[in-house]
Design a protein around this ligand. Structure first.
Ligand code: GSH
Length: 251
């Protein structure tokens, strides 16, 4: 269990906490026991081969006020200097870890491409959440119809183009794994664990480039090691259980 005390960003230890982030020794990623917005961060930590653990809130209702935005994920980074810095917001956590583990390409232009692809895949997942997951039951069918005929096909077509531009080798850039590969693979895993997965995956599975990317990420030795473990499987099952009736968890 983690004692959270991050309702305010620290204002008086900026230099020390910068050193913490520059020379980390261990990490804790705090999120619900499911995939969703915690999945890419955990995959990155597994890829990095660093000392890390996944933690869940003991009593979220009472703890959320101690977080910067009353939301997770949070990343607690403990440095060589013994201090712990707290990172909030999924994108910030994922950019930080990707930079640490060399998953942002080999120059600033490649980094911008990777971050664009990363943002686009996070956005399509968030669009689904807003339009379908958290919509009123009676409006879900119509929203799913729009998502599967407009939002999702546009995401697929544009990402196929970028994957084909790279020779359809399972990566967006060169022959190396990047943050974008991992984020897109996680958007697909997210869709595969939704109650609407039959409709979503019937479309996604027709995409050879995206299927190749999903398989390439899943077959990376570090991912195989992490994702074949009981902890990851628990998060995968947790995703299915949560999204079967998301409103039940929010009462
Ligand atoms: N903008 C935030 C959104 C995070 C978010 O929506 N977190 C949800 C779970 S995916 C959460 O913590 N919900 C708890 C609550 O609303 O009490 C980010 O990108 O990290």
């Amino acid at each position: 269990m983690v004692q959270i005390d991050a309702g305010h960003f620290s204002r008086d230890a900026s230099v020390e906490l910068s050193e913490t982030l520059a020379k980390p020794v261990s990490y804790k990623l705090m999120y619900f026991p499911m995939l969703s917005n915690g999945a890419t961060g955990r995959d990155l930590l597994a890829y990095g081969g660093v000392e890390w653990s996944s933690v869940a809130p003991a009593d979220w209702k009472s703890e959320k006020n101690q977080t910067p935005f009353h939301l997770m994920p949070l990343l607690f980074v403990t440095g060589e200097n013994g201090k712990t810095a707290t990172l909030a917001e999924t994108v910030v956590i994922e950019h930080y870890l990707a930079k640490k583990f060399g998953l942002l390409g080999s120059n600033e232009y490649e980094e911008s491409i990777i971050k664009s692809l990363h943002s686009s895949s996070a956005a399509v997942q968030n669009a689904f959440a807003g339009a379908v997951t958290w919509n009123a039951p009676e409006a879900k069918a119509g929203a799913l119809g729009f998502f599967t005929t407009a939002t999702l096909p546009t995401w697929i077509a544009t990402h196929e183009r970028h994957l084909n531009d790279n020779g359809n080798n399972g990566h967006y850039l060169g022959d190396k794994l990047s943050l974008a590969d991992i984020r897109t693979a996680n958007a697909i895993e997210h869709f595969a664990t939704q109650p609407e997965s039959a409709a979503l995956m019937a479309i996604i599975n027709k995409s050879v480039p995206l299927t190749k990317l999903r398989d390439t990420v899943a077959k990376h030795p570090k991912m195989v090691q992490w994702r074949s473990g009981a902890e990851y499987k628990g998060f995968y099952e947790g995703n299915i259980a949560f999204f079967a009736n998301p409103f039940a968890f929010m009462t």
